[in-house]
Design a protein around this ligand. Structure first.
Ligand SMILES: *[C@@H]1O[C@H](CO)[C@@H](O)[C@H](O)[C@H]1NC(C)=O
Ligand SMILES: *[C@@H]1O[C@H](CO)[C@@H](O)[C@H](O)[C@H]1NC(C)=O
Length: 234
C-alpha cells in the first residue's frame, strides 16, 4: 500500500497542472493528521523560540540581520492572485498579490520542526472556506496577510503586531517539491502602522504557481497556496 504522503503528493502534482485548483478535505483532516498529538492538549502558551531553526533555502536567502531574533512563526494559507491580458497562450499570467490567513505555528516550530515543514503541503489540501469558519484545535489564527499596494506585503498579526514589508530577495522553491511559489525574504517598510517585526521569510511554500500561459484562463484568477512565514524582531 502506498503511504498517505505519496498519495497526497501524487494527487497534488496531478492537480497542480490544472489550475486554478480547489481542494476539499474536511477540517477533521487537520486535527487527525496535521497537529502532532503531543502538542495538541494542552498547547503551551509560550515556547522557547530560540530552539526553532529556520529552513535553509538553496541557494541561500540573505541571512537574518544581526540583532534580530525569531519572534513569531505562522502558517499562511490562502491564494496567490493573477491576471491575464487575454485567454491565449501569447499572454503570461501576472502576479497581482496574495490573500492568506496566518496560523500561529510558533510552538510547533519550537517543539517539532519536522512536523512544521510538512504542514504547508498538507494544509494546501484543506478547503479554504472551511479553514475560515472553523479553526482546528490548537491551530490559532494569529492574523492575516494581504497586499496594501502592488508591492507592499502587509502582515496584520493582531496580538503580535502589524507590518508592511517589501520583497528584497527570492529563490525558487526546491524542484523536488510540488510546484510552489518562490521562497522570499521581505524587509519591513516603515509606512503606516509599525510593529516590532523587521524581517520576514516565506519558506517551505506549497502551490500558488500560475499556469505557464494564459491559454483558457479568466482575466483574474486565484491559485491556492500555503507557506511558512518566519517573523524576526529586535
Ligand atoms: C503563538 O505565538 C507566540 C509568539 O510567537 C508564542 O509565544 C505562542 O507560544 C504561540 N502559540 C502557539 C499555540 O503556537
Ligand atoms: C485576491 O483574491 C481574494 C480572494 O478572492 C480577493 O478578496 C482579493 O481581492 C484578490 N486580490 C487581488 C489583488 O486581486
Amino acid at each position: 500500500m502506498r503511504s498517505p504522503t505519496i498519495l497526497l503528493l501524487a494527487t497534488l502534482s496531478a492537480l497542480a497542472s490544472a489550475s486554478p485548483i480547489s481542494f476539499t478535505k474536511p477540517i477533521s483532516f487537520l486535527n487527525d493528521h496535521l497537529i502532532p498529538k503531543h502538542v495538541r492538549t494542552p498547547m503551551p502558551s509560550s515556547c522557547d523560540l530560540s530552539a526553532a531553526v529556520q529552513p535553509a533555502a538553496t541557494p541561500p536567502l540573505p541571512a537574518v540581520s544581526s540583532g534580530l531574533s525569531v519572534y513569531h512563526i505562522a502558517i499562511g494559507r490562502g491564494t496567490q492572485n493573477y491576471t491575464c491580458a487575454d485567454s491565449t497562450s501569447a499572454s503570461i499570467p501576472v502576479a497581482v498579490g496574495a490573500v492568506a490567513n496566518l496560523y500561529n505555528a510558533s510552538c510547533i516550530a519550537a517543539s517539532n520542526p519536522q512536523q512544521l515543514s510538512a504542514i504547508p503541503d498538507m494544509i494546501l489540501n484543506v478547503d479554504l472556506d472551511e479553514l475560515d469558519g472553523e479553526i482546528p484545535d490548537n491551530f490559532i489564527q494569529s492574523g492575516v496577510h494581504y497586499f496594501s499596494t502592488k508591492t507592499t506585503a502587509t502582515f496584520d498579526l493582531r496580538n503580535y503586531g502589524f507590518t508592511n514589508s517589501n520583497k528584497i530577495a527570492s529563490v525558487p522553491a526546491p524542484a523536488s517539491k510540488i510546484p510552489a511559489v518562490p521562497w522570499l525574504k521581505l524587509e519591513f517598510n516603515p509606512i503606516g502602522e509599525v510593529g516590532s517585526v523587521r524581517e520576514i521569510y516565506r519558506l517551505n511554500t506549497a502551490g500558488g504557481t500560475p499556469p505557464a500561459t494564459c491559454a483558457g484562463m479568466a482575466g483574474a484568477f486565484e491559485v491556492q497556496y500555503s507557506a511558512e512565514y518566519w517573523f524576526y524582531a529586535a
